[in-house]
Design a protein around this ligand. Structure first.
Ligand code: SDX
Length: 431
């Protein structure tokens, strides 16, 4: 619990109210307003929560000015270079990097949960083949509470643990099934002899008709993408998971809510929207036209993959992703991909344009990820499902932290009501 030895004063109608100031490990101090309504009979007002700390957390920290992202204190660029996704999952869930024995046990447990209940195959068949994979994932993950009812009691620590393993392990299988279903190919069962990233590529791209060999360098790039997307403080989808969890909803329902929120183009849907934007731009000579549209207040168009609520400097994940794009496209022999050239030129022009510089708009995690995923063979509709399966561990870590918080209360914001004052009903004849 962050301590509070200092306080701030609010003076309202001549009365003074003390607000304790709490100091974090890193980041801005916070004013504790929990008692303000009871003492001063006023709410605070912060649409979009731009200046509000919704919880106390020990998991992830972002310094938006420095462009720094820490998972349990470890910088994302070090983890992306030296760690791997399952080790990062352990770190996010338990707070420390695992020993070799702990990692081996954790990996074995996750591996052994990758299959889904066979009857889930029928569940998929209720969807149209052209359903967006995110629509399928929202439905199937929500339905997990029907298939795995024995791990839905949030008050049982063991059931919370089992549900966490099931979600981390089965999300790739479900995402791959959503992809296979959308292209009319048979589902591919997971294999326990493959790593997490190798297994996902295998379940997406292998077919029964021939042997499939996972390219190790592509599996490593896939694993790095999972790591870069694993957690990110109290973003919209994580806040959705926390709010759903605060009502006591089961973990599968909470993660399904997070997936639904992530789908929005302002959030996790931006990777698909960004690649579609780059493809629409098509060539470098059309960039000035799109930059002009992005700056035009009368045009709803925004530069997808640019800007961020917290980062007012480079998104450190975008830096790693940009390096990875060069590496993966080079490996696949498509380094002269015109879309990558458009992206690099767009980034260069935007970062020199006063509109973007003044507003501190930089490429975010979604700007380069789609270029890599498309080069790997994924359709744009699979970009956000890959984001969702990567972020599942972050959502679970944040949900577990909230559930075990002794201060847990149901989330219930108030409002600034500006509607009609009390008035009496009038009969239709009198209107
Ligand atoms: C993710 O929160 C997270 O951590 C999310 C995420 C995670 O890992 O969970 O990092 C993942 O969602 C990354 C963001 C992906 N979204 C996009 O790339 C979509 C494009 N970006 C924008 O929609 C926007 O930048 C947001 C939504 C990301 C942030 O919006 P904010 O913080 O609410 O900022 P804002 O809308 O108030 O913009 C401030 C100004 C405005 O101009 P003015 O009114 O001051 O004149 O900047 C402009 C905006 O019009 N602006 C943009 C812009 N983003 C902001 N103008 C053109 N293009 C853009 N992309």
């Amino acid at each position: 619990m962050a301590d509070s030895k200092r306080s701030a004063k609010v003076v309202l109608d001549g009365k003074e109210f003390d607000l304790p100031v709490m100091s974090p490990t890193a980041g801005p101090d916070v004013l504790d307003i929990r008692k303000l309504y009871g003492q001063a009979d006023v709410f605070t007002y912060d649409p979009g929560f731009t200046s509000t700390a919704s919880c106390e957390s020990t998991i992830t920290f972002i310094d938006g000015d420095k462009g720094e992202l820490l998972y349990r204190g470890y910088p994302i660029d070090q983890l992306a270079e030296k760690s791997n996704y399952l080790e990062v999952c352990y770190l996010l869930l338990y707070g420390e990097l695992p020993t070799a024995e702990q990692l081996s046990k954790f990996t074995t447990t996750v591996t052994r949960h990758t299959m889904v209940h066979e009857q889930m195959h029928n569940f998929f068949r209720g969807f149209r083949r052209d359903a967006h994979p995110m629509a399928t994932m929202v439905g199937v993950v929500g339905a997990m509470s029907a298939f795995y009812h024995d791990s839905t009691d949030i008050n049982d620590p063991w059931q919370r643990e089992v549900a966490s393993f099931r979600l981390i392990a089965k999300l790739p299988t479900i995402a791959a099934m959503a992809y296979k279903y959308s292209i009319g190919q048979p589902f591919v069962y997971p294999r326990n002899d493959l790593s997490y990233a190798e297994n996902f590529l295998h379940m997406c791209f292998s077919v029964p008709a021939e042997a499939y060999k996972v390219e190790p360098a592509l599996a490593k790039a896939m694993d790095r993408i999972f790591t870069l997307h694993a957690d990110h403080e109290q973003n919209a989808s994580t806040s959705t998971v926390r709010l759903a969890g605060s009502s006591g909803a089961n973990p599968f329902a909470c993660i399904a809510a997070g997936i639904a929120c992530l789908w929005g183009p302002a959030h996790g849907g931006a990777n698909q929207a960004c690649l579609e934007m780059l493809n629409e731009i098509g060539t470098v000579d059309r960039i000035p036209e799109m930059i002009a549209r992005a700056k035009d207040k009368n045009d709803p168009f925004r530069l997808m993959g640019f800007g961020h609520r917290v980062y007012k400097n480079f998104d450190p994940r975008a830096k790693v992703m940009k390096e990875s794009a060069d590496e993966v496209l080079g490996l696949l022999g498509v380094q002269d991909n015109p879309i990558l050239q458009v992206a690099k030129e767009l980034e260069k022009i935007a970062l020199e344009d006063p509109y973007f510089v003044e507003r501190k708009l930089y490429p975010n995690v979604d700007f380069y990820s789609g270029i890599i995923l498309e080069a790997m063979g994924f359709p744009t509709s699979m970009f956000t499902p890959i984001f969702a399966m990567s972020r599942t561990v972050g959502w679970i870590a944040q949900w577990k932290e909230m559930i075990s918080d002794p201060q847990l209360k149901i989330g219930r914001p108030r409002q600034l009501y500006v509607g009609a004052p009390r008035r009496d009903y009038t009969d239709v004849a009198a209107r």
